[in-house]
Design a protein around this ligand. Structure first.
Ligand code: SF4
Ligand code: SF4
Length: 430
């Protein structure tokens, strides 16, 4: 819910949507004829590898682990039974190189039993080997032993962006699965300190999970992990550092429920739940197999899309526009928004007029008006050195209030991504 201030100098008050305000039923999208899965590893069709594990025409089962090569760590779990119809290179919205694997679904479903057979074995190996891309996209790499030392797991039972209610749904409706996930995580990671962070309205439901419950404020951007660290867990993450650097790993309520149900049933979860926000602002909860195209989701929900309507993956403040209805639901898709072409607020190339609205609203107290000048000129390192780019918590509020409609948040994400790329390139050359 967005309450704009009518007194010019006051900040607009942006209240998170609550689950109790929307239709609670879950719409299940039928299994699609084709799914597309993304492997977080680049693909070059012109390189012939001796030990390729995947090729066009291969038959795969539901729950089967797919890897390009045996020595590649990246994997994805097949969400249908069928035949691989294409393997192509894909560039994600911020330029990350991935591999897109399309699978034509068969009419008969067969379940791969590898996880079921191995899940009873002790140790964390199977958790890491099968559940990294589970619905809710758990950050399991931090438990591999080679990454940072984690002392606290914070389960996010609130939703990071304004309009989705996906995590709240899991706290309310899948408490037993979350409880199982907590038991598995304690046993396999050895992390004893687990807390769940929820809106006030879900305190009772969260209490049933058996871990300490913390309440997050109802005003955006309180549920962003960096804000939860400061305001709920009492730890300020220094600029340029991450929550994991301070020993805290955030997992969504859905991710923990996915882990719990996988170990309870011996079957890997394959469907992602998300909040679908329609053109009229109405919201429904939808469950679709990971890899289902947005078009199939819209068809199942009777939503018509016309030219120039905008599709957004993620929330209204921090989501990314999609250029095609063929793009699939992914393991981290918490929301899909469809905006009517006539309702889309356009960005402009108007200059900054120094109104100061972005500075007043920025929760990190950054000089956003100065920062944006450097970002527009692609002077990213200067933006870090002179205007504290690393302190940005990526809430998108500056873009929301900018009277010149400068896409400030998009500039910030692009800058951070480019700086990370430069850092990785420098580390590789060393
Ligand atoms: S996205 Fe904008 S408002 Fe939010 S912390 Fe970053 S600079 Fe500040
Ligand atoms: S809100 Fe936009 S126009 Fe106003 S100071 Fe910030 S960048 Fe400039």
């Amino acid at each position: 819910m967005i309450k704009r201030s009518f007194i010019g100098l006051a900040k607009p008050r942006l209240e998170y949507e609550l689950l109790e305000d929307i239709q609670p039923e879950l719409v299940r999208v039928p299994t699609a004829k084709k799914v597309t899965l993304f492997l977080d590893s680049p693909f070059d069709p012109y390189i012939k590898r001796e030990n390729d594990l995947l090729k066009i025409g291969d038959k795969v089962k539901t729950g089967q682990k797919l890897q390009l090569t045996g020595d590649s760590g990246a994997y994805v779990i097949s969400t249908v039974t069928g035949t691989i119809s294409s393997i192509t290179s894909f560039i994600s919205d911020l330029g990350r190189k991935q591999t897109a694997i399309s699978i034509e679904a068969a009419t008969e479903e067969a379940i791969d039993e590898t996880f079921a057979n191995q899940s009873k074995q002790p140790g964390i190996k199977n958790l890491l080997a099968f559940l990294e891309g589970a619905p809710g996209n758990p950050n399991l790499k931090f438990f591999s032993g080679t990454e940072k030392t984690i002392g606290t797991i914070a389960i996010l039972g609130a939703d990071k962006d304004l309009l989705p209610v996906t995590n709240q749904y899991f706290v309310k409706s899948k408490t037993d699965a979350i409880k199982s996930g907590i038991r598995v995580l304690k046993e396999l990671t050895g992390v004893a300190n687990i807390v769940i962070v929820v809106p006030q309205s879900l305190m009772q439901a969260a209490g049933a999970t058996g871990v300490q419950v913390k309440v997050v404020d109802s005003q955006y951007p309180a549920a962003l992990p960096l804000m939860v660290m400061k305001d709920v867990l009492g730890q300020v993450v220094p600029a340029g550092k991450t929550c994991e650097d301070l020993g805290v790993c955030f997992l969504s309520a859905e991710a923990v429920a996915s882990i719990g149900s996988a170990y309870e049933s011996g079957q890997l979860p394959i469907s992602k739940t998300f909040t679908l926000i329609k053109k009229d602002g109405g919201k429904i909860l939808v469950s679709a197999r990971i890899g289902t195209s947005v078009k199939d989701v819209f068809d199942a929900c009777n939503i018509a899309v016309k030219d120039n309507d905008r599709i957004i993956f993620g929330g209204i403040m921090t989501g990314s526009s999609a250029y095609s209805e063929e793009l699939p639901v992914k393991s981290d898709t918490d929301a899909i928004i469809i905006q009517d072409s006539e309702e889309i607020p356009l960005t402009t190339d108007y200059p900054c007029i120094n109104c100061g609205d972005c500075i007043r609203i920025c929760p990190a107290n950054m000089p956003v008006n100065m920062l944006v000048r450097l970002l527009e000129a692609s002077q990213y390192e200067e933006a870090v050195d002179n205007y504290d780019l690393d302190s940005c918590v990526e809430c998108g509020l500056c873009s929301y209030v900018c009277v010149s409609r400068i896409p400030i948040f998009q500039y910030i994400r692009m800058a951070k991504k480019e700086l990370a790329r430069i850092k990785t390139a420098e580390a590789t050359n060393e």
